[in-house]
Design a protein around this ligand. Sequence first.
Ligand code: 1QQ
Length: 383
Amino acid sequence: MKFVFKLAPVAAALIAVSAHAADIKIGVTEALTGGAAQYGNNIRNGFVLAADEINAAGGINGNKIKLIVEDEQTKKEEAINAFKKLIFQDKVLMVFGPTLSNSALSAQSLAQAAKVVAFGTSNTVDGITDPGDYIFRDSVTESAVIPVTVKTAKAKLGLKKVAVMYANNDAFSKGGYDIFKKALADDNIATTDTETFSTGDVDFKAQLTKIKSTNPDAIVLSALIAEGGPIVAQARQLGINVPFIGGNGMNSPKLFALAPGAASDNLWVGSPWSLSNDSPENTKFIAAYKAKFNANPDQFSAQAYDGMYIAAAAMKKMHFTGNLAKDRADLRNALATVQWTGATGPFKFVQAKNSKTGKPAGYDADQTPIISVTRGGQYTIVK
Ligand code: 1QQ
């Protein structure tokens, strides 16, 4: 009798929890196939790892996160379709993604219009947060990173003149080019030649041969890894052994497969995350990622992992009402105030200004970049 009496409050509490416990549906729209699949799959892994950890630790005040993952195939139209499905059909609380700025620039205005948080973890071009206050990203803008990369490379390499290459049909690569151009001018580095290509191209020898004839001290490369990797490899084949300077699209371990051996050496990139940053949060993340996926994480999985924890911190502050429109608005309000220290270091959002009107827009990341250079198949922090 005494025994039963002691258990009763516990049983009652369990019933109360299970009566209220419900899945919290979170949409994930990433490029699992197509040109950006190298990033998209690692991003998905970062979300899955974080959601599993959060759920194992009790979820969001007892409620479990349920991810609904859509493959946007590195296509703008598919990203829009996935956003529509997740927002209107699946009725998710919020959406992560898409992978490339090129797709985010179209898909995210749909989320703003529907008053649903769209949270990018890999979009770095200026203007992503222009559509309004439901648009968030934890990926640091290239306009915050590239000037630091260029300054560091100039100081360490004594650059005077560089050649420039970029993909003119990808928003990230073109946006990065504009930022590089300004940074080079600000640092009095001359440009010997500017060459363009398109995503999907495989042969870059014509552009590289022209670049070689201008004898640059380095090549600035604003590219995604699917083309950037082969560009580095083909440059070395043509006997161009000068350093490369890239944006975060080049911060991918896929480089070491696409430009094997010494070919991949001497690429300079900036990013808030590094595999060799030994902070306790990053060490824990790297070990957990390796245990689950049997591979090293990259910048993109780290930003996704942190993004899920940032969203979870916001959800823990909310009082879910079951009224989807209200819960979506409450999440937006809670998210803007989150501060978090994760794999990519201390993080907070800053409200951005619309790049055209100057009016308050969505939320950008406020983080400090780390500059790394590749050596022996690794990105090593430049001290
Ligand atoms: C963007 C990027 C890419 C490199 C994401 C993977 O930064 O498209 O904005």
